[in-house]
Design a binder for this molecule. Sequence first.
Ligand code: HEC
Ligand code: HEC
Length: 354
Amino acid sequence: MRDAESDVADVMFALFGTPSKPEWPTRLLPNTELVNIESLRRAAGNVSSEKDGTHLGLFREHCVVCHGISGHGGGPASQFQVPYPRDFRAGVFKWKLTDRSEKPTREDLRNLLVKGIPGTGMPSFSLLASEDLDALVDYVIYLAVRGEVERRLLVLSVAEMGYGGDKLAPEGRFTYKSDEAPDQVIVDTVQRVVQQWVSSKDKENQGDHTSSYPEGLDSDEAVERGRKWFHGKTANCVGCHGADGDGGIETLDYDDWTKEYTTKLGISPEDQVALQPFRDLGAHKPRPILPRKLRGGTLRGGNDPTRLFHLINQGIAGTPMPGVEVVEEGDGRGLTEDQIWDLVSFLRAINSSD
Ligand code: HEC
Ligand code: HEC
C-alpha cells in the first residue's frame, strides 16, 4: 500500500494543496462554481486578523479541536464525545433537507453552523460574522471533496490499478504534473465527486419548505393518529424507539463511519485486537449507535415540522434510521403524506412532554 499512499498523496497535493494552504482544481472543473478560493484561504491556516478586521484561520480557531485538521473527525477533543464529531471525508451528512444519498446544500450547512446540533458536542456559531460562516461552509465542502477524492483514488489504486500487487508498471501509476494532461481516472474522480455537490447546490431555494403545513398539524386528533402509525406494522418506529418513543430498545448496530473499518471488512467492532491497527491510525473506538429516546429531551435535528417530515421520509444518512416511502394509499409498503404529517404531530407532542 505504501506506493499507492505516496502516489495518491502527490496527486492530492497537486490538486488540492494542503488543508493549511488549500488549492482548488479549477482546471479540471470547467464552468463549475462550487467554492470560492479566497474563502478557502481565509478559513484555512493559522489564526490571525488583518488590519481591516478580517479573521483568518477560522477552521483552526473554531473547529479543529473536534474535527481535526483534515476534517477526519479525530481532533483532540473528539474522543470523549457521543456521538463522535463528523469525519467529513466520507462525504456523508446527516442533517439536511436533501435526499438521504445526496450532499447537503450550502443552506443546510450554514443552518447547521448557526444552530449547532443540540444535544451533541457540535456548538452553535451564530455569533460569527456572515462572511465567516460562508467561508467555513466553503471550507467544509473543500475538506469533504478532498477527503472523498482521496479515498476513492486509494480504493481504485488497489481494486483496479494493481497497486499492492507485483505487476505494477510505471505507466500504470497515478501521475499528476501541473504542465501535463492529468490521467483520465483522476479527472473523472474529481468531476464525479464535485458534481454531486453541484447538483445539491442547484436545489437551493427550490420551493419554500415552510409554507405547506397541513391544517390540523399538532391537533389532538393528529397526535392520536400519529401514535397509531408510530406503533403500527408499516413504519414500526416502536421496534427501535420503544413504546411512545421512550427508548430503551437495545439494538446492537453501528453507524456507517464505524462500519467502514469494522463489519465491512469482516471485523467485529468488539474485536479489540483486530481493530488495533486501525486505532493506531486514529480510528475511534467503536460505539454502538442507539435509536434515540424521542419523548422529552432534545431532538438533534430540531422539531421543525418540515424537517421532521423530511427526516421520517428519508431516514438519517450514515445511520440505521430508515426512511419511509410516501405512497398514494396506505398499503403496507409506506405511509401517505397525511400519515407522515400525523407522525410529525405525534413526535412534536411526545418531544415536548416529559
Ligand atoms: C466541541 C466539538 C465540536 C466543535 C468545536 C465543532 N463541531 Fe462540528 N460536530 C461535532 C459533533 C459531535 C458532530 C456530530 C453530530 C451528529 O452526529 O449528529 C458534528 C457534526 C458536524 C457536521 C456534520 C453535520 C451533518 O449533517 O452530518 C458539520 C458540517 C460540522 N460539524 C461542522 C463544524 C464546523 C464548520 C465547526 C467549526 C465552525 C465545527 N463543526 C465545530 C462537534 C464539534
Ligand atoms: C431500525 C431502527 C429504527 C427504526 C425502525 C426507526 N428509527 Fe428513528 N432512529 C434510529 C436511530 C439509530 C436513530 C439515531 C440516529 C443518530 O443518532 O444520528 C434514529 C433517530 C431518529 C430521530 C432523530 C432524533 C433527533 O435527535 O433529531 C427521529 C425523529 C426518529 N428516529 C423518528 C423515527 C420514526 C418516526 C420512525 C418510524 C417512522 C423511526 N424513527 C424508525 C433507528 C430507527
